[in-house]
Design a binder for this molecule. Structure first.
Ligand SMILES: Nc1nc2c(ncn2[C@@H]2O[C@H](COP(=O)(O)OP(=O)(O)OP(=O)(O)O)[C@@H](O)[C@H]2O)c(=O)[nH]1
Ligand SMILES: [Mg+2]
Length: 292
């Protein structure tokens, strides 16, 4: 008998959700950043653990809604919470339990959950023990409390075991060979956004987006055309940089990630286009894939 189910990764921005999903999958398919609010849409990774197929759903961080785009992001997380077999709630080791208490209120369908204390490599053991004690007050609410550090893969095996225990008997829902059911173009767009988050400061990462216009597969090489959308004309110069330095760096890092994933050479052509107010324009957001 096999098991299978959906496991939503939920937590505040920057908690380490996307990093953990990539690490459990063993491939970088979800974009990660030091800057908060990197993930904008749900995405999934299919991880096999013995006879269990775990479909992890990465989500945008739980945060205050401001722009229409942020509203969409929060709704994505809330939908993923209500629509899964198990929630994995990531609490960075430096966060107080107040945030977890807010999550308990949001989880009004009372979906079963596991707490991950994330980034434990950043603190001394004493602090870890104190934190565990403060979460243990809520031990009747959660299935398990697991300390995790991605760089050393601490807690990964235990997490997979606990998840397997909590998923229903079911035939596999996807081909066990598949890494994800996401579209290649969405993964590639994430790689370009990752480059923007890494290379450009201030508000531009939040006021930009990436559309993959076409992927032409040729023998030995994939040719990818993409457009970076920005809010203001004045941002064009910054994205492009002196002598095209900045856009070259963005393109190079994205191209390398594309090549690693596709195991094929890639040519990535990046255009920049100004679309004023795009992140506040509901119709346009829907047009570019932020559909509720
Ligand atoms: N030291 C350390 N850093 C980590 C760990 N996990 C994640 N990080 C870092 O934390 C930052 C945020 O990671 P993400 O995976 O993008 O966080 P997220 O929860 O997906 O964030 P949003 O998409 O903004 O909601 C990145 O710089 C990661 O490298 C960890 O276990 N240890
Ligand atoms: Mg993320």
């Amino acid at each position: 008998m096999t098991k299978a189910g959906f496991v939503s990764l939920i937590g505040r921005p920057n908690a380490g959700k996307s990093t953990l999903m990539n690490s459990l999958l063993g491939e970088n398919i979800a974009m990660v950043s030091q800057k908060a609010n990197a993930t904008r849409k749900r995405s999934n990774a299919i991880v096999m653990h013995g006879d269990t197929q775990i479909i992890f759903v990465d989500t945008p961080g739980l945060h205050e809604r401001e722009k229409v785009l942020n509203q969409f992001m929060l709704d994505e997380a809330l939908k993923a919470m209500g629509d899964c077999d198990l929630i994995v709630y990531l609490a960075p080791i430096t966060d107080s339990v107040e945030h977890y208490e807010k999550f308990l209120k949001l989880n009004n369908n009372k979906v079963k959950h596991v707490i991950i204390l994330s980034k434990i490599d950043q603190v001394k053991q004493e602090k870890l023990f104190k934190r565990i004690a403060s979460y243990n007050q809520f031990s009747d609410q959660f299935e398990a409390l697991i300390p995790v550090a991605v760089p050393k893969k601490i807690g990964h095996e235990e997490l997979l075991k606990v998840i397997s225990r909590n998923l229903p008997d079911s035939p596999f829902l996807f081909d066990p060979e598949d890494l994800t059911s996401e579209l290649v173009r969405d993964i590639y767009a994430g790689f370009v956004r990752e480059g923007i988050f890494e290379n450009v400061s201030d508000e531009i990462p939040y006021e930009s987006d990436v559309l993959i216009d076409s992927i032409e597969e040729e023998e030995g090489i994939d040719r990818i055309n993409a457009t970076i959308i920005i809010e203001k004309e004045s941002q064009k110069g910054i994205i492009i940089g002196k002598g095209g330095e900045s856009i070259k760096r963005i393109g190079k890092s994205a191209r390398e990630k594309i090549e690693r994933l596709s195991c094929k050479k890639a040519y990535l052509n990046l255009q920049v286009s100004v679309k004023k107010g795009w992140s506040k324009d509901k119709a346009y957001l829907e047009e570019i894939g932020y559909k509720s």
